[in-house]
Design a protein around this ligand. Structure first.
Ligand code: ADP
Ligand code: MG
Length: 266
């Protein structure tokens, strides 16, 4: 049986490092031993190495994209109960991600606890797994960052930097404060992404209450106009999931509900 010459082995390690093929560098020696032992044709050995490098790159890329997305943990489509949100069907949510190609938007409205953030994060997670780049952020946090950039005369660059994300998830848009609104960085961001890069926005208040998020009415109208031009809107007007599950837990604690009612009335 032929084996790799030690001199060659040392050279190979250096060459692979130079070529930036870390995954190949890790496995080539053991694969070479196996190939020598089993008498693989050279082509098969090379293909196995290349496949390994590509698979490792994909795995590392996914890991990077998940880390940069800053998604809240544990919020996935699997753990989202679609039954309680009749306006949103799982089929609709899973219908595909072509909308990201032309910068269309998704808007989730509804009262607190209705699952907006959960659904937004779950969608973000699924999209990252499909190869898209996503950033999940509280709207006020991002506005703050952009305001700092504006002060440093670097707003345009900061917004351009966000272009690497196919989807920007702005959670709780309606929580932007009056003094944050005055600098209009949010307007700049939304205008810059219009018809190019997607936004997913959650808000307690639909458009009627958006006057305080932007400096003046003309700007508010302009923003709403851009956002809805290519958008899907889910009005998740459901009871708070938190309250519902808390109540169910209480009821489930052994006592029949009728007994609980009588006690409550007594
Ligand atoms: P919102 O952002 O609309 O205020 P959240 O998404 O934060 O609501 O939901 C509140 C809590 O209830 C979270 O822990 C979330 O995971 C859970 N929740 C809400 N809706 C659902 C649902 N349909 N299925 C499973 N969990 C849900
Ligand atoms: Mg929320």
């Amino acid at each position: 049986m032929r084996t790799t010459d030690p001199g060659d082995a040392a050279r190979i390690e250096l060459l692979l490092a130079e070529l930036r093929l870390p995954a190949v560098k890790q496995v080539w020696a053991s694969l070479a031993t196996q190939a020598d032992k089993e008498g693989w044709p050279a082509g098969r050995f090379l293909a196995a190495l290349a496949e390994h490098e590509i698979a490792e790159r994909a795995r590392r890329r996914l890991e990077r994209h998940l880390a940069e997305a800053r998604l809240p943990p544990g919020k996935t489509l699997d753990t989202f109960d679609f039954e309680v949100v009749p306006v949103v069907s799982k089929a609709q949510v899973m219908a595909g991600d072509a909308w990201l190609n032309n910068g269309a938007n998704l808007l989730l409205f509804g009262p607190p606890g209705g699952g907006k953030s959960h659904l937004a994060a779950a969608l973000g997670f699924a999209l990252v797994e499909n190869g898209w780049r996503v950033l999940f952020t509280r709207t006020t946090d991002l506005v703050q960052r952009l305001q700092i950039a504006r002060r440093e005369l670097a707003l345009e660059a900061a917004i351009a930097k966000l272009d690497k994300y196919h989807l920007l998830i702005l959670d709780d848009l309606a929580y932007v404060t009056k003094d944050q609104a005055e600098t209009s960085v949010l307007f700049e961001l939304i205008s810059a992404r219009y018809e190019r890069k997607s936004l997913l926005i959650t808000a307690n208040q639909p458009f009627g209450e958006w006057g305080k998020i932007f400096p003046d009415q003309a700007m508010t109208v302009a923003v709403v106009d851009r956002l809805v031009h290519h958008a899907t809107i889910f009005e998740m007007n459901v009871e708070s999931y938190r309250r519902r599950t808390a109540l169910e837990r209480k009821r489930g604690r052994g006592r029949p509900p009728i007994h609980a009612t009588i006690t409550a009335n007594a």
